[in-house]
Structures are given as structure tokens and as C-alpha cells.
Design a protein around this ligand. Sequence first.
Ligand SMILES: Nc1ncnc2c1ncn2[C@@H]1O[C@H](COP(=O)(O)OP(=O)(O)O)[C@@H](O)[C@H]1O
Ligand SMILES: [Mg+2]
Length: 251
Amino acid sequence: MNIIETKNLTKTYGDFTAVSDVNLHIPKGKVYGFVGPNGAGKSTTMKMFLGLTKQTSGSFVIDGKTFPENRVEILKEVGSFIESPAFYGNLSGEENLDIIRKILGLQKSSVADALDLVGLTPYKKRLAKKYSLGMKQRLGLAGALIGRPPLLILDEPTNGLDPVGIHEIRTLIRSLPQQFDCTVLVSSHLLSEIERMADCIGILNHGHLLFEGTLEELRQRAVLQGYPTDNLEDTFLALINEDNRQRGVTR
Ligand SMILES: Nc1ncnc2c1ncn2[C@@H]1O[C@H](COP(=O)(O)OP(=O)(O)O)[C@@H](O)[C@H]1O
Ligand SMILES: [Mg+2]
């Protein structure tokens, strides 16, 4: 069963098409990696799911609910992290999460649980403006997780993290479906970052979905098309370059 399905989802800005006839199938209870170079349309797609921007044409269903009719119902089920999350700099990490907790009507203990989950407990009293980039990313993730939503939409959550931070976040994301019985949609511009946490992936380039399936299916496709297979990042780049060549774009 799919928790998200899109049908010819399209978003244009003037005469520029950012997302073009995209048909995604995101299975429930899995980690789905949404991969593509910068500007591919990942954030735009995720923003549509969160009702932050409206599609130009096409449609999507989230857990049986459609947008815009059921926007509020959809948002109740989704925890999200979009680009650089905003916080109150003059409040501590703990206080920032407590604000979210109150809005969501959760128990007081949920703040400590969320801090623990992302490894911020030792820094909970520090002002958010004094947090490093990695700590801010983790606080953003804690805010997305605190309500234990059945669906998490995480836009480049490892952006700006050092290798240790990336590893920690990746391990956490990998564990979420089993731990909380949820589905995770996570984006990145690097397949190498996604491949160790995702069950399946969708590859986007210039708004077009080039591939959707498991990593094993991507490997099989690479073999068939004569792309490098020993390193999936190379497969990914070969796929993107071939698509760019066919589109006549040099990049
Ligand atoms: N509000 C906007 N107005 C015009 N163009 C936009 C807007 N938002 C995004 N774009 C363009 O849409 C394309 C896809 O952007 P985005 O979804 O942010 O890509 P990604 O997240 O994959 O890097 C980019 O070329 C970007 O410049
Ligand atoms: Mg983006």
C-alpha cells in the first residue's frame, strides 16, 4: 500500500516547469529517498505535499486524502523538515520544542523524548542561536518527530552536517519506520547519502522522474544500460548526464 501517490503532478512558475508530470509511489512503512541534483524540483514537490505551494496540474493523495480538500487532515499526519528550519534564537532548544509541543497538545515528556532521539539532551538549555548548524538540523528533526506522525517529510536533513553528524542522522532515519511505525520521505542531492537509509528511491532531474524503484532495481537498470554499477553514485550521475544530454542541456 502507498501512503503517497501522485498523478502527473506538475508545477510551473511562469513558463518554467519545476515539476513535470511526476508519478510517485511511496510505500507505507518504508524510507523513500528522493534524489536529484540541485534545482531538480525536490523541494517544490515536498512543498506541494505540505500545502505550501499549489500544483499547477495533476494531483496527489496522502493516506487516502486529497489536497486541497483535506489539507488540515493531511497536515495532522505529517511531520516535516523543510530546508533550514526556523527557531526562536533567544530560546533554548528545549523551549523551542516546548512551543511545538503545546501547539500539538502533547504530553510534557514528549520534549525530553524528542531531545533524546536526536542526541540534543546535553545541549537542551543552550540558546538555539548558539547551536551549530548540525545541532540546528537535529533540532529541526526533533520538531518534526515530536508528535510521532505516521509520515515524515524531510528535505535534505543532512545538509551542512559533518560526516559524523550525517552518520547519526542516517542511522536515526533508518530506524524510524520500525521504532514509530511511520513512513519517511527524505530528499538529498547525493545518492551516496541516501543509499544506506532508503528502501526505495525516486530520481528526479529537471522536474522529470527518471527512475523509481529499489536500489537493486537501479543496479539492474544500470547493468542493462551499461552504466557503472560498482558505485551507485556513479550510476546516478550517468543517468542524470544521459538525461541532460537527451534534453540538450549542458550540466
Ligand atoms: N518560487 C519560485 N519561483 C520561480 N522558480 C522557482 C521557485 N521555487 C523554485 N523555483 C525553481 O524551480 C526549480 C526547482 O527548485 P527546487 O524544488 O527548490 O529544487 P531542489 O529542491 O531539487 O533543489 C529550480 O530551478 C528553482 O529555481
Ligand atoms: Mg531543495
